[in-house]
Design a protein around this ligand. Structure first.
Ligand code: KIV
Ligand code: ZN
Length: 507
């Protein structure tokens, strides 16, 4: 039997640190439920001290997950942070506190202004404090790959002595090379006193596009936990991507002496759910989950695959859930068929929510005859966004053409239900509509990105618009909107981003 590797998913914490990937509490609970179906061992649900919203999200995820996975909360090596993590984890059946500190010279001198001895003292007191609150404590050595090796070993020993049962060796800046990182992991395993009583985890970033290679190198050197995110979301260039790590281990299990307990056929569904929730699309050539990951386009390759699949395919698409039948629903499909398909796509609704979504589904099916999985995902996304909106779209009238000046009359309702109507002109209809939104909402922001795509095939496809805006403090918010009318989708997407900005200003 090969070694079991724990999959520690940090989509809801490090993944959310991707600019524009902020998720609501409900988004996080829905993703956490899907992560349970995927079979991850640990869900890092957030950084509770960072905001009341994050605190509540960790609490709600802990309640929703029950004992199906360990729920972990991040904290710096400070009592206030650790206490907040413990409080947020109170409803968790299997809580874990993840606490740590920078251990490289750069972190010690520039960020922490601390001597090595002071850092060790801080590790000792904070891990011991965490251990008093929770029996499962993971210590992270931030920027471990640029640390002095002897000091890293002392930091890990101190954490283990103080009660940590997992030590996390990080490549925080994505700087390491795979052989170098494997050697570092092997060094810690060989020299840190007490490490045989603890688990060694790796946490790698993708700044040089090496996060997966680094994580697998860590596994080959003895790590038994890997931290990763769905679609490789995460700070800057992202984290190691869960789907790549899991399939890397599945394909090379024997040589790595490793296996995971992930339900691989949930991978594509989870990836799509995270992409549609965050608005951060997956590049088509992304390994495992990209639209082209299993597409063979050249004649020679097609011929080869038709003769024997493994000529050009190292993974059967069915293994990762990429080859499911694309069931098409129509206006004649009943509630049960809709509920069944939604469940297969990873969404769970109570009867009341299902009634609401069925009404929306019928409206859509009347407008566009065939409703595909992508349409259903868009519909669910729309309803989720509408549920948390501060401003909602009530009416939009656009007059445009050549050589007309585009003119828009727009009505938005605020939270109190009061309607606001304005009329504006612009260079184009979308520009005019956005000016109208700004006139009503009046919140400072800069439009960074505007992207429009058809959700499915056909001229009646839903137009799916994603926008990214920067708020007054430069934080980035992503908004999404879908509708058969692309000007309506554009307005919905902009409103969604502005609503997220406004919600963040309240928490
Ligand atoms: O990249 C990093 O070092 C981290 C730690 C907080 C684990 O995200
Ligand atoms: Zn990180």
């Amino acid at each position: 039997m090969t070694r079991k590797i724990d999959i520690f998913d940090t989509t809801l914490r490090d993944g959310e640190q991707s600019p524009g990937a902020s998720m609501t509490r409900e988004d996080k609970v829905a993703i956490a439920r899907q992560l349970v179906r995927l079979g991850v061992d640990v869900i890092e649900a957030g950084f509770p001290v960072s905001s009341p919203g994050d605190f509540e999200s960790v609490r709600s995820v802990a309640e929703a997950v029950g004992d199906a996975a360990v729920v972990c909360a991040l904290s710096r090596a400070m009592e206030g942070d650790i206490q907040a993590a413990a409080d947020a984890l109170a409803p968790a059946a299997r809580p874990r506190i993840h606490t740590g500190i920078g251990v490289s010279p750069v972190h010690l001198q520039n960020k922490l202004a601390m001597s090595e001895d002071d850092c060790l003292d801080r590790i000792r007191t904070s891990v011991a404090f965490a251990r008093n609150l929770c029996s499962d404590v993971q210590f992270y050595a931030e920027d471990a790959s640029r640390a002095d090796r002897a000091f890293l070993v002392r930091a890990c020993e101190t954490a283990i002595e103080a009660g940590a049962n997992i030590v996390n060796i990080t490549d925080t800046t994505g700087h390491a090379l795979p052989e170098e990182f494997a050697a570092l992991v092997a060094y810690v395993l060989e020299h840190a006193r007490g490490i045989d009583q603890a688990k060694l985890s790796v946490h790698c970033h993708n700044d040089l596009g090496l996060a997966t290679a680094l994580s697998l190198a860590g596994v080959s050197a003895g790590a038994t936990q890997v931290e990763c995110t769905i679609n490789g979301l995460g700070e800057r260039a992202g984290n190691a991507s869960l789907e790549e790590i899991v399939m890397g281990i599945a394909v090379h299990g024997e040589s790595l002496d490793a296996h995971t307990e992930i339900n691989t056929n949930e991978i594509v569904r989870t990836s799509r759910m995270v992409a549609s929730t965050t608005g951060i699309r997956v590049q088509p050539n992304k390994a495992i989950v990209g639209a082209n990951a299993f597409a063979h386009s050249s004649g020679i390759h097609q011929d080869g695959v038709l003769k024997a699949r493994d000529t050009y395919e190292i993974i059967n698409p069915e293994t990762v859930g990429a080859a499911q039948t694309n069931i098409v629903l129509t206006a004649r499909s009943g509630r049960a068929a809709l509920a069944h398909r939604l469940e297969e796509l990873g969404f769970e609704f109570d009867m009341e929510a299902l009634d609401a979504i069925y009404d929306k589904f019928l409206e859509l099916a009347d407008r566009k005859r065939e409703v595909y999985d992508e349409d259903l995902e868009s519909l669910v996304g729309e309803m989720g966004r509408a549920a948390h909106a501060i401003y909602t779209l009530c009416g939009l009238q656009v007059s445009t053409g050549f050589p007309l000046t585009p003119t828009v009359t727009l009505t938005l309702a605020d939270e109190a239900g009061e309607e606001h109507t304005v009329a504006t002109t612009g260079d184009g209809p979308i520009n005019a509509a956005y000016a109208a939104v700004n006139k009503i909402i009046g919140v400072e922001n800069e439009l960074l990105e505007f992207d429009i795509q058809a959700a499915t095939r056909g001229t009646d496809a839903l137009g799916e618009v994603t926008v990214r805006i920067a708020g007054p403090d430069s934080r980035v918010f992503t908004g999404r909107g879908t509708d058969p009318d692309i000007i309506v989708s554009s307005v919905k997407a902009y409103l969604d981003a502005l609503n997220r900005l406004l919600v963040s200003q309240r928490s």
